[in-house]
Design a protein around this ligand. Structure first.
Ligand code: FMN
Length: 381
């Protein structure tokens, strides 16, 4: 999509429409979809509507500072890019585009274990802060090797994703015959004709693979790949072993209960990412914003809290911060940008969010994010 067209995208929903127009149907659905009846997917965003923001007046907001400190690192924005697999499926620039846009926006970039560009290439691309997200392989040797490579490449923190012991039931994917790398039968070929820009990009780009693995994998569904390769038996004792192996800043991703958050804090994680994987795993799990307060009460004095899921507006971000989150993260907003228009699309997504945070802070009468507290938010009765 041309830059001028991207500039006409006023919000994340506009970028979602751009992604739907450009991408192959199976690819758009892989980004956009969730598990079962997609109740959690929808609820993650709609839950923000239950809260209103009590703005303060006459505070003098000619200057507004949107920066925060997260795991000891200053970020220009209170948000960052959650990890997401296989970005070259969405646009040939893939993870390169997202890493560059995140660095330009002054926010952390989290690379997925299942990225389609290698962790070493991404590390060398920008000087921006980077974290590495880990799925735990059945093969412990491979886990250790990935930790060593991530450390050597300069990834500052490890994100351990714990809400995917097995893959969730994402019904759009098998319906579309979606595999990674894509497999082309008659239906996929027919759909490819309806997405000429995506198809040209796909056909002329390098083959898509899980770039952190040395071996090529056959075209299988993500569910089969996860069942074959990832360690569903991984437990708290193994997590303790992993923290010892990593021996650096660590974040646990995919927690919605205060007892799990307490256990994670006691084990030595530095941050808890409240997340249900964007509604892609257990349907009917709670919206992150609805469990934020109880988790902040349980462990907010010991670890940093990141809210991940459903964030589409600046007000969503400021609601999460009002309830005690240190930062928020999101994936689909930048993935829609990527699928709709490559690096300029990701930049547009991050700009929309950054401008919204600044504008909404000023409208709330807040000059710095340290001023935000629970007095600014109310659950609508
Ligand atoms: C296409 C896609 C791929 C994802 N891949 C991963 C992944 O590889 N690792 C991971 O921990 N989470 C992954 N996630 C989950 C995101 O990190 C994040 O938790 C979720 O998308 C947040 O919800 P949001 O998309 O509403 O912001 C993925 C999400 C999407 C949409």
């Amino acid at each position: 999509m041309r830059k001028s067209k991207l500039d006409q995208c006023q919000n994340i929903e506009d970028l979602r429409k751009a992604a739907r127009r450009r991408a192959h149907k199976m690819v758009f659905d892989y980004i956009d979809g969730g598990a079962d009846d997609e109740k959690t997917l929808a609820g993650n965003s709609s839950a923000f509507d239950k809260y209103s923001l009590l703005f303060r007046v006459l505070t003098g907001v000619d200057e507004v500072d949107t920066s925060i400190t997260l795991l000891g690192q200053k970020m220009d924005q209170p948000f960052f890019c959650s990890p997401s697999a296989g970005n070259r499926l969405f646009h040939t620039e893939g993870e390169r585009a997202v890493a560059k846009a995140a660095a330009a926006a002054g926010v952390v970039y989290c690379l997925s274990t299942l990225s389609s560009v290698s962790m070493e290439e991404i590390a060398a691309l920008t000087t921006g802060p980077k974290w590495f997200q880990l799925y735990v392989w059945k093969d412990r040797g491979l886990v250790k090797e990935m930790l060593d490579r991530a450390r050597a490449a300069g990834y500052r923190a490890l994100i351990l994703t714990v809400d995917l012991p097995i893959a969730g039931n994402r019904e759009r994917d098998p319906r579309n015959g979606f595999t990674i790398p894509p497999h082309y039968g008659p239906r996929q070929t027919f759909e490819a004709l309806k997405a000429p820009f995506w198809t040209l990009d796909y056909l002329t780009g390098a083959p898509i693979k899980y770039a952190n693995l040395s071996a090529d994998t056959p075209a299988v569904s993500l569910a089969d790949f996860v069942a074959e390769q990832l360690h569903a038996g991984f437990n708290w004792r193994d997590a303790e072993w992993l923290l010892g192996e990593w021996n650096g800043p660590a974040v646990i991703k995919g927690v919605v209960r205060d007892d799990d958050a307490r256990q994670a804090a006691a084990l030595g994680f530095n941050a808890v990412m409240i997340s249900n994987h964007g509604g892609r795993q257990l349907d009917h799990s709670p919206a992150p914003i609805d469990v934020l307060e109880e988790i902040v009460q349980a462990v907010g004095d010991k670890v940093e809290i990141i809210l991940d899921g459903g964030v589409r507006r600046g007000t969503d971000i400021l609601k999460a911060l009002s309830l005690g989150a240190t930062a928020v993260s999101f994936a689909r907003p930048y993935l829609y940008g990527l699928a709709g228009g490559g690096e300029p699309g990701v930049k547009r997504a991050l700009t929309i969010m950054a401008e919204a945070v600044r504008r909404d802070m000023a409208l709330m009468g807040v000059r710095s994010l340290e001023e935000i507290d629970a007095s600014f938010i109310r659950l609508i009765p």
